[in-house]
Design a protein around this ligand. Structure first.
Ligand SMILES: [Zn+2]
Ligand SMILES: [Zn+2]
Length: 61
């Protein structure tokens, strides 16, 4: 009865680390390497906080 790879469960904002849920949040794959999934909360999107891909180190707005 393992809960494994639940796509909704462990997505976090890549900038501030809070869990992503509700409106205004988004996830997308890294535009540089396409290998890591970036999460952004509404607040970080609104403020244009930078994110960093943990795989390739790409930093973007
Ligand atoms: Zn955030
Ligand atoms: Zn990357």
């Amino acid at each position: 009865m393992k809960k494994y790879r639940n796509p909704m469960a462990d997505q976090k904002c890549s900038s501030c680390g809070i869990g992503l849920y509700g409106e205004g949040t988004t996830t997308f794959k890294c535009p540089s390497c396409g290998g890591d999934r970036i999460g952004r909360c509404a607040q970080c999107r609104d403020q244009g906080v930078k994110y960093e891909c943990k795989k390739c180190g790409f930093v973007g707005p």
